[in-house]
Design a protein around this ligand. Structure first.
Ligand SMILES: [Zn+2]
Length: 506
């Protein structure tokens, strides 16, 4: 019997947004609930497997529901907490969970391995490398022996500390992350296979690539990221290489660890090092070719274009306040622009604004009931560096309980329907819109707080502009003002010399 503990904290948090994430923002899993998170333990199919284009992520996906590699493994649940991207996490919350993870591991008895299920971009005041701190705390308890396999988001960061503390590291190969569960399962499977092989710990190599780009310039749907990630399965299939991953890194934290990286592991040092270096060199060579995934514009120009367009629905990403990357979800700039258009407020055009976080406004809507009219100062309460609340008079069009019992309201002003939430939320699927009785397919203009479009919206959009709105996850990195990045780094230091691709091994 192999014994593997499961633990991890999963959030990406912007240090540029004033929103402070608390324990209430997280789903906390312990015991049986934690085990039920993983399809290989519950013997369920991998979620999302049907629509993952197999050519890109290069995985074998005809995974049987009963996985032979999972036989004879005892999974030991410790603690896993996950949240929608947000602002920094309260220090005491992090430290309390770190203690719980370390205590849990100390009491777990003999462990052969640890499945470390993290995002890789958690920010906590007073720490500039949270996952590095956590792995060090874990190693202090379990010692150097247990094999640690980290599963990460490609927007996480691999610091030298994290690299040193883990034995196997992998990350998603697709953005949007349609292969998230394929990747987690790969991390767990590789760990089991490695432990069973009796070969001991693999050789690993890392090259830090001094590039920091927003995710919206690095979607794997488009070049050059498609070719960059296209190299991954090819290198991972080489003799002597077990796995290799490319991390884009997290652009909205001001920390020295925020940068791209390539990490691989296997049994042949030369093969692993060569593979990692080749990918890193290609990444560097194509650095000037990364461009936004959609036409970009200012929000006023974007709405003007959408109003006169004949292409419906016309989607606009309100990208600077994208809660899916850590935005406050209550910046009102795009909402004000929509309200300034009489074609929309007069009802000639239909529009959806998805969404804005404002529990007080939802309370007012609840008191008025569906059909009632409320006066509200909407949004602008969290990210107070931005223009303040928008005062409006609106009709309550819908009131529903979202999963988890959270109340959501739809407020109407002429042709505009504004989704107002009691928890930061991101509208990515048709089902979410249907729940609040809205249909983006038959709406003229849809503004979403999102960067690149997730599959549902991507396929229904007749046209799409990514508005470069200000906010905590501003896509224009030059406007953010970093002080702690490791320099030089592209594109901040345009004329820097070619970096050294020797990297480190362990
Ligand atoms: Zn990501």
């Amino acid at each position: 019997m192999i014994r593997i503990a499961i633990c991890g904290l999963h959030i990406e948090s912007s240090t540029f947004t004033p929103y402070m994430s608390t324990a209430a923002d997280f789903t906390q899993r312990r015991g049986q609930t934690l085990l039920e998170r993983y399809p290989w333990i519950t013997e369920s199919p991998i979620p999302g497997i049907d629509h993952v284009p197999r050519a890109i992520a290069g995985e074998e996906w005809d995974v049987p529901v009963k996985r032979p590699w999972n036989r004879g493994v005892e999974w030991v649940p410790i603690l896993h907490c996950s949240a929608l991207p947000g602002g920094r996490v309260e220090r005491l919350t992090y430290e309390k969970w770190r203690v719980e993870i370390c205590d849990g591991l100390a009491k777990a008895g003999h462990l052969d391995g640890i499945f470390f299920d993290i995002h890789g971009a958690m920010s906590v005041p007073g720490y500039d490398d949270v996952e590095g701190d956590l792995i060090n705390a874990i190693r202090d308890v379990v010692g150097p022996e247990p094999m640690v396999s980290a599963s990460m988001d490609l927007h996480g960061n691999v610091s030298e500390k994290l690299f040193a503390g883990c034995d196997l590291l992998t990350c998603y190969r697709m953005a949007p992350h349609e292969d998230a569960w394929v990747s987690r399962e790969r991390a767990a499977r590789t760990l089991c296979e490695r432990l069973r092989s009796g070969k001991g710990k693999p050789i690993k190599a890392m090259v830090t690539v001094p590039i920091l780009l927003p995710g919206e310039k690095t979607s794997t749907r488009l070049e050059p990221a498609a070719s960059l990630y296209g190299m991954v399965p090819e290198v991972a299939a080489r003799d002597g290489v077990t796995d290799v991953g490319v991390w884009i890194g997290f652009a909205w934290a001001d920390q020295p660890r925020c940068t791209a990286a390539v990490v691989g592991f296997g049994d042949d040092e030369n093969s692993v090092r060569d593979g990692v270096r080749e990918i890193a060199q290609f990444f560097w060579k194509v650095r000037h070719e990364f461009a936004f995934v959609a036409p970009t514009d200012g929000i006023e120009e974007a709405v003007d274009k959408a109003v006169v367009s004949s292409r419906r629905p016309f989607i606009i990403s309100d990208s600077g306040d994208n809660p899916g990357a850590g935005g406050a979800d209550d910046v009102t700039i795009a909402l004000s622009v929509l309200l300034a258009h009489p074609e929309i407020t007069g009802g000639d055009l239909s529009a959806i604004y998805a969404s804005i976080y404002d529990p007080e406004a939802v309370k007012l809507a609840d008191e008025a009931g569906v059909g009632g009219v409320i006066e509200a100062d909407l949004g602008g309460h969290v990210d107070t560096r931005m223009p303040g609340p928008v005062h409006l008079s609106a009709q309550v069009r819908c009131l529903v309980d979202d999963p988890g019992g959270l109340r959501t309201a739809v407020l109407g002003v002429g042709g505009l329907s504004i989704i107002v939430t009691t928890r930061r939320n991101q509208y990515t699927t048709l089902e979410q819109f249907e729940r609040v009785q809205l249909d983006p397919r038959t709406t003229d203009i849809v503004v979403v707080k999102i960067g690149y479009l997730e599959p549902d919206l991507y396929s229904l959009a007749a046209d799409w502009i990514m508005a470069l709105t200000p906010g905590g996850v501003d896509q224009d990195l030059m406007r953010l003002g970093y002080n702690h990045l490791r320099r030089p780094i592209f594109p901040f230091d345009e004329d820097m010399q070619d970096p050294d691709f020797t990297g480190i091994t362990g």
